[in-house]
Design a protein around this ligand. Structure first.
Ligand code: PHE
Length: 475
């Protein structure tokens, strides 16, 4: 009994340590912890004579700012846990967070700075594919391992000649797969589409990549692309003339593989010109700002994503619980959970390598197999990619997201809507308003009138709520 009690006490202390807020720019300060005491790192077993240093290149400002802000929060949770458990190689792990302004060239500059002046051991980021492509060139050139938690464009891990970059890895699926998932869902999901229109961002590698895949695989699924057009995010904000032209066609779904800032404007203007079809996009929709900008105009639309907050898998729910504790009750989006997992994969690789030697860590990363992440199992393949299931989320009333569909190559087939999602709906009969439960924010959107029970494990619906980043209109 007594040993059980002390065990409980120890886990409580570890839990508390995991919740400590961290400094804005670094985590795991090497000399002192929050209470001014030296952490238990220098216990004689250290195999490194200095802290391990991770360099994060993220979209903290600009048109994709909520991506980077969430990624940082996910990273900080992972770093807290790693440091509370004794760090890596007997040393604390420090983090340097840099902003790439959601643009490619600044992202290359950030990568250079993290390598040359911060002397980081491993690079983590970026979120947006265009930023990661620019960053990957630098990482490969300098021979520093890089892991992108979220960039899905296939070329991120490849050199210009198509060979695999030795130092660049991703812990998420690619857009060859995501584009296929979009088409599969359009045809076999609740839209039952036969005809589609695509409207994509010609300045975004992610968007262009999905457009290419959708066009390539649509015939295999029996989906006819009846019209397509492109926009330029840095110079266009009035899409009405282009959207208006789509009205000359009959179609069932408007596929918009773009980021939330542009998607929000497009949703508003599509409704304005009288288009009533649902929008369908990829993970770039995943931001609280989308619903803030588009409101009702985005309700009933769908997007593919890396995780669903109403997935009752205990690994997902445990992560959500820890994240909410550390982030004022806010439900994590995909970037948060993906970056949390990416940091853990990097930590495992450093441990396996037994050093921070760049080649040894890159080799250990390449060898990653069956790593049990919060958002699924990660195995890095020969092209330095990961194969994971894809979920489709519907944006419901009040911006709540519901998991409605799964595309899972590992299961070898497309599944019907997840049983878990149905369970959530059945449980949606409790007393607590979702806004408050999720955001801890009493001023959250009043239109969310659904309620749910606080059960164990928690059934959650996701709110596209209001406290995201500052990215809207900035692209
Ligand atoms: N997959 C997107 C890209 O490559 C980035 C992203 C990931 C956005 C996850 C949202 C969620 O550009």
């Amino acid at each position: 009994m007594r040993s059980l009690l002390s065990l409980l006490l120890v886990s409580l202390l570890i839990g508390l340590a995991a919740c400590n807020p961290v400094d804005e720019d670094t985590t795991g300060d090497s000399s002192e912890n929050q209470h001014g005491r030296k952490p238990a790192f220098d216990n004689g077993t250290a195999t490194l004579d200095r802290p391990v240093k991770l360099g994060f290149n993220l979209e903290l400002k600009g048109g994709a700012a909520t991506f980077g802000i969430s990624a940082k929060a996910g990273a900080e949770l992972a770093l807290d846990e790693i440091n509370a458990a004794g760090g890596l190689l007997g040393q604390p792990v420090e983090a340097v967070f840099e902003d790439n302004q959601s643009m490619a060239q600044p992202s290359a500059n950030v990568a250079n700075k993290l390598i040359s002046s911060d002397l980081v051991d491993v690079l983590i980021g970026a979120v947006g594919s265009s930023q990661s492509i620019a960053m990957a060139k630098v990482a490969e050139d300098k021979g520093v391992p890089m892991v992108t938690p979220a960039s899905t464009n296939p070329t991120v891990t490849l050199n210009d000649d198509g060979s695999v970059r030795k130092y660049v890895f991703r812990t998420c699926f690619t857009d060859d797969f995501q584009g296929e998932g979009i088409v599969d869902f359009a045809v076999n999901g609740p839209i039952h589409a036969k005809k589609a229109v695509i409207f994509y961002d010609a300045e975004n590698d992610y968007s262009v990549g999905i457009w290419e895949t959708v066009k390539r695989v649509a015939p295999d699924f029996g989906l006819e692309i009846v019209a397509e057009d492109a926009f330029l995010k840095t110079s266009e904000s009035d899409f009405r003339a282009k959207l208006n032209k789509f009205k000359a066609h009959e179609f069932d779904v408007l596929i918009v593989p773009a980021y939330y800032t542009e998607v929000g404007m497009i949703a508003n203007q599509a409704r304005e010109v009288g288009l009533e079809q649902p929008l369908l996009g990829g993970d770039g929709f995943d931001s609280p700002e989308l619903y803030q900008v588009a409101g009702e105009n985005i309700v009933g639309s769908y997007f593919t994503n890396h995780y669903a907050a109403d997935d009752m898998d205990p690994a997902v729910q445990d992560f959500i619980r820890s994240y909410k504790e550390r982030n004022g009750g806010k439900v994590p989006d995909a970037m948060a959970i993906l970056t949390y997992d990416a940091v853990k994969v990097v930590a495992q690789a450093i441990t396996t390598a037994g050093s921070v030697d760049h080649d040894a860590v890159a080799a250990a990363l390449a060898d990653t197999k069956n790593f049990k992440g919060a958002a699924g199992t990660i195995t890095i393949d020969a092209k330095h990619n990961t194969t994971k299931k894809l979920v489709v989320l519907e944006i419901g009333e009040g911006g709540q997201q519901h998991w409605v569909y799964t595309y899972d190559p590992l299961a070898g087939e497309t599944e019907a809507p997840a049983a878990e999602a149905e369970m959530t709906d059945e449980q949606a009969a409790g007393a607590e308003t979702i806004d408050e439960a999720i955001t801890g924010d009493e001023t959250a959107d009043e239109t969310a009138d659904e309620t749910m029970e606080e059960a164990e494990p928690e059934a959650e619906a996701v709110e596209e709520n209001g406290d995201g980043g500052s990215g809207a209109g900035d692209a």
